[in-house]
Design a protein around this ligand. Structure first.
Ligand code: FE2
Ligand code: FE2
Ligand code: FE2
Length: 168
C-alpha cells in the first residue's frame, strides 16, 4: 500500500510518537515544579498518544514478523551510527553547539550497543530460538545500554552506577 492515506498514517505516526515523548518530558518538568496532577495528566495523555501511534503503525503495515522487525531495527541503528549521528556531530562542532554535540554523542554511543544487541537477536532468531539475555540496565542520563551488571561509572557520560535503571 502506498496511497495517500498510508503516507498520512506515517506522518500521524511520527507526530503521535513525538507527542508521547514530549509529554513524558513535560510530565517530569511538572513533577519537578510541584504540579503532580499536571504531571499525571501529561502521563495519561502520553499513554493515549502511544496507543494512537501504535494503531497508525499497524494500519500502515509497519509491524511484520519479529525477524523482519529486528532486522529493520538493526538497520536503523546502523544507519544512525554510520551516517546520521557522525554528520550531526560534525555539524554541531562547526556550529559550536555543545548541547547538540553532547546529545548526539550520547545517543551515538548507545546506538552502537543497540546495533550489537539486535545483531545477536537476528542471529538467535535465524538459529530458531529466542535471544539469551541477562538483566539489562539503562543509564538514565545518556541511555547507555548494558547487559549483566551496571558499571561503576557510565562509560559514555561518567555518571555513577546509581543512575542505571533495570529494564523490566
Ligand atoms: Fe493522539
Ligand atoms: Fe538506538
Ligand atoms: Fe550514561
Amino acid at each position: 500500500m502506498s496511497d495517500q492515506s498510508t503516507k498520512n498514517l506515517a506522518e500521524a505516526f511520527a507526530g503521535e510518537s513525538q507527542a508521547n515523548r514530549r509529554y513524558l518530558a513535560f510530565a517530569e518538568k511538572a513533577e519537578e515544579d510541584g504540579f503532580p496532577n499536571i504531571a499525571r495528566l501529561f502521563r495519561a495523555v502520553a499513554e493515549s498518544e502511544t496507543i494512537h501511534a501504535i494503531n497508525h503503525l499497524k494500519a500502515m503495515g509497519g509491524i511484520k514478523t519479529t525477524l523482519e522487525n529486528v532486522e529493520e531495527a538493526l538497520q536503523g541503528e546502523k544507519d544512525e551510527v554510520s551516517g546520521m549521528y557522525p554528520m550531526f556531530m560534525d555539524q554541531a562542532k562547526r556550529d559550536s553547539n555543545n548541547d547538540a554535540l553532547t546529545s548526539f554523542y550520547w545517543a551515538n554511543e548507545a546506538e552502537i550497543e543497540h546495533g550489537d544487541f539486535f545483531e545477536k537477536a537476528v542471529n538467535a532468531l535465524k538459529d530458531g530460538g529466542d535471544l539469551e539475555l541477562g538483566d539489562v540496565y539503562i543509564c538514565s542520563v545518556c541511555g547507555y545500554t548494558v547487559e549483566g551488571e551496571p558499571p561503576e561509572k557510565c562509560p559514555t557520560c561518567n555518571q555513577p552506577k546509581d543512575k542505571f535503571e533495570i529494564v523490566k
